[in-house]
Every structure is written in structure tokens, then in C-alpha cells.
Design a protein around this ligand. Structure first.
Ligand SMILES: Cc1ncc(COP(=O)(O)O)c(C=O)c1O
Length: 422
């Protein structure tokens, strides 16, 4: 049996695969002593949301026509027409975006949406196979979501820009887009940002977003915005910012952090030719999407309950957890220690920068794992950068605060002891 070059790459070690396997093994290894899981990106199990799922499941099961639609019928590749129309209507009503069903396509989760989008824009161009014309994706603000790093089918398709770093308080900092150094060569075919950003919890400001959109328009480039933690759902945003729609923007909205990662459902909202392309790619790769996520969330989208629940249940829930995690840091981290936490504008992580750390974040991660605390080493989130020697990329840890408050507090106590104790 021989794998192709592409097969070898996809089947081999990727950052995200190594990370998931590593975390899984760590969990299995310490079965009697369950580790404090401050590593993963799994959303919290929020009781009020679990009641919503229960209610929706009962409604689905009690109506034979709906049950049949959900279990026994292929949707069109673009997704369920009713659910797509409901989302278009919600985006028109709540954001004033001029969108219709032709702007939307469903995918099996955001992860697949990015795989499809990146490969739609990156790689050899149709007319360029012979000439070597090749498209690439630019990430204007590193660090970015590790899950993107290995998604391009053509190697060397990603490039990225280092951020500006502003110290914003005694132990606080914030990344910004370095517009002075934002340039594109002719090979750049799309820009991509997550807002809020995984891993840092950074929220690109409205001013930065407008600037980025102008830049994208000037160069006629799509601007892909990953709203996995943002608007309109799950709305885990602690900073007040506005969603942006232009002719260039392509938004990805996932149901995962709204609480439904098991349904693998996301929406791509962009220009009609992009939505149509995603639908075609879905037909080729999977015929259709799973129906369950759309069946559960469709009526919530239609009634607007999805944004109400995001604002009234999900956002306050994570905000309270963030406050407790930050309070634990203040309590356990020595005042004089050289650490900075990224301004937490959204998502479910604290991003810790140990300035001048003698140990790399991978070494710290291993040491913490031995002590029963799982975090994610920062190295993984700096991909596509030319400056491999930038010390900052080895000095950061991602700490999730989605899990039980007591576990998060105890984890932070151990992290403080590992870094600065004795
Ligand atoms: C920033 C970001 N984008 C996309 C995803 C993909 O999530 P899903 O495929 O579950 O929608 C994640 C998952 O953690 C994420 O953090």
C-alpha cells in the first residue's frame, strides 16, 4: 500500500492532530487522577442550554414529519432551505446585512468550512498550472487558530503578519494589526481573521476591521471572518464591537460554541459565487450535510431565540467564568512576576505571556502535564510567519476557562507555582 504525497501529508503528523492525540493520551494515562483540563476548546455544558436542547429534541421526536425530515431525507448540498432562509432573515433583521439564501451555504462545522474556503482560494490557479501562478492566504494577525495550520492542500499556501504588542496595564497586553507592514503580493488571494481570536481572546476593534475591509476592497481580496466565538451566535464577546458586511467579507458562523459541537454545523455567509462554490464542494466531498444541527437550531434562528440565548445565557455565563479565572491569576501570580495576560475581549481562553521565559512553552506544557494540568503551548498558534526566531512565539500558553470553576482555579494555582514558585 502506498499513500500519495497529499495522502501522506494529511495522514501524517499535523499540529492539531498531535495536540488532540496528546491531550487524549494524557487524559487516559491519568485516569485515576483526572487532569485539570484547561487545554481543550470544548464549550461548557450550560444547564439552561441543555434544557433548550432537550426541549427541541422532544419537539423533533413528537412530530413524525419533522423526524422524517431530520433522519431520513438528504438535504440539498447547500443545506436546509428553511434554515438558510431563517438565517438570512436574522442577518437582515439584526445586522441590516443585504443577504438572502443565495449568500449562505451550510458545512459540517467551521473546521470543514475553512478547509473548503482555503482550498477554494489557495493553490495553483487554473491558468497558472504551467506558469506557476499560485494563490496564498494571508493571516494579518498572528497568533491564530491552530486548526487552520495544516488545511491547505498545496504546501506553503499560508503567510502571516506579526502583531503589534501594546502593554495595556500592570499585567495586561493587547495585539494589534500591524497596518504599517500589511502588504500583499499578487499571490495573496484572501485574508483571514478570527474574531474573537482563538487563542488570545483578542477582539479586532471596529477601527481595525474597517481598515482591513478597506484594504481588502482596494486589493479586491475576500476577507474571511471566523465568528466561531463571535456574532451572531454564540456571542462570547466581552468587548462591544459591530459585525461588518462588505462585498468582500465571507463570514463563517458555527453552532459549536453555541453548545452543539456534536452536530457539526456551520454556515458560510458571503458573496453568492462563494456560497455556490461551497455547496458544490459539499456535494463532491459529502453529498449533503447532517440535518440534526439545522433541525435543532432552525426554529431558534427563525424566532431570534438564538441571539437572545447568546446574549442572555451564554455571554454572561462565560463572562462570570472569565472574571473568576482572572481573579485566580491575580491571587496566585506574584505581583512582581514578568507575566502579561492578553486583554480578554471574548472566547473562552486566557492567553498568558511569560516574558523572557527561560523555558519554551512546550517544556512548560510538559511540566504542567506531569502535575496534572493540561494547557496548550503557544508555539502551535504562530504559523505562516517568516520570523522563526521570534522569542514571543515560545513564551505563551493558552488556558481555557470553560471547565468547572474550581478546576480552573486549582489549575491556575498550579500554573503559578510551576512558573514562579520557588
Ligand atoms: C477559531 C475557531 N474556528 C473554527 C473552529 C472549528 O470549530 P467547529 O468545526 O466545531 O465549528 C474552532 C474550534 O475550536 C475555533 O476555535
Amino acid at each position: 500500500m502506498r499513500f500519495s504525497e497529499l495522502g501522506t501529508r494529511l495522514a501524517g503528523q499535523s499540529g492539531i492532530n498531535a495536540l488532540m492525540a496528546d491531550l487524549g493520551q494524557a487524559l487516559a494515562a491519568s485516569a485515576e487522577h483526572a487532569p485539570l483540563m484547561l487545554g481543550g476548546g470544548n464549550p461548557a455544558h450550560i444547564p439552561a442550554m441543555e434544557r433548550v436542547w432537550e426541549e427541541r429534541m422532544k419537539e423533533i421526536i413528537s412530530d413524525p414529519a419533522v423526524l422524517r425530515r431530520t433522519l431520513a431525507i438528504y438535504d440539498p448540498p447547500r443545506g436546509n432551505p428553511g434554515c438558510i432562509e431563517a438565517l438570512a432573515e436574522l442577518l437582515r433583521r439584526e445586522f441590516g446585512w443585504p443577504v438572502g439564501p443565495e449568500n449562505i451555504a451550510v458545512t459540517p462545522g467551521g473546521q470543514t468550512a475553512f478547509f473548503l474556503l482555503f482550498n477554494l482560494f489557495a493553490g495553483p490557479m487554473p491558468e497558472g498550472i504551467a506558469t506557476g501562478d499560485k494563490g496564498r492566504i494571508l493571516f494579518p494577525l498572528m497568533p491564530e487558530y491552530i486548526g487552520y495550520a495544516d488545511q491547505a492542500l498545496t504546501p506553503d499556501s499560508f503567510t502571516a503578519l506579526k502583531p503589534t504588542i501594546e502593554i495595556t496595564g500592570a499585567h495586561r497586553f493587547k495585539y494589534g494589526i500591524d497596518f504599517d507592514n500589511l502588504r500583499v503580493n499578487t499571490d495573496i488571494r484572501a485574508l483571514c481573521v478570527s474574531r474573537p481570536t482563538n487563542p488570545s481572546g483578542n477582539v479586532i476593534t471596529d477601527a481595525e476591521m474597517n481598515h482591513l475591509a478597506e484594504f481588502a476592497a482596494q486589493h479586491d481580496l475576500p476577507l474571511i471572518v471566523d465568528n466561531a466565538y463571535g456574532l451572531p451566535f454564540p456571542g462570547i464577546l466581552f468587548d462591544e464591537v459591530s459585525p461588518l458586511w462588505t462585498k468582500q467579507t465571507i463570514h463563517v458562523m458555527s453552532l459549536s460554541k453555541f453548545g452543539l459541537p456534536g452536530t457539526r454545523t456551520a454556515f458560510v455567509v458571503g458573496p453568492p459565487e462563494v456560497a455556490a462554490a461551497i455547496a458544490s464542494m459539499t456535494a463532491i466531498t459529502g453529498l449533503a450535510n447532517g440535518n440534526f444541527g439545522q433541525a435543532i437550531a432552525g426554529p431558534l434562528i427563525q424566532s431570534g431565540a438564538i441571539t437572545r440565548l447568546s446574549k442572555e445565557v451564554i455571554r454572561p455565563y462565560y463572562l462570570a467564568k472569565r472574571e473568576k479565572a482572572l481573579a485566580a491569576m491575580d491571587e496566585f501570580f506574584p505581583e512582581e512576576a514578568p507575566y502579561y495576560v492578553h486583554e480578554s475581549g471574548g472566547a473562552m481562553f486566557l492567553w498568558l505571556w511569560i516574558k523572557g521565559s527561560k523555558r519554551s512553552s512546550k517544556v512548560i506544557y510538559e511540566a504542567l502535564k506531569k502535575r496534572g494540568v493540561l494547557v496548550v503551548p503557544g508555539e502551535y498558534f504562530f504559523f505562516g510567519l517568516e520570523d522563526q526566531d521570534w522569542p514571543h512565539r515560545h513564551e505563551c500558553l493558552r488556558i481555557s476557562f470553560a471547565m468547572d470553576d474550581e478546576d480552573v482555579r486549582e489549575g491556575i494555582r498550579i500554573i503559578a507555582d510551576e512558573l514562579f514558585g520557588g
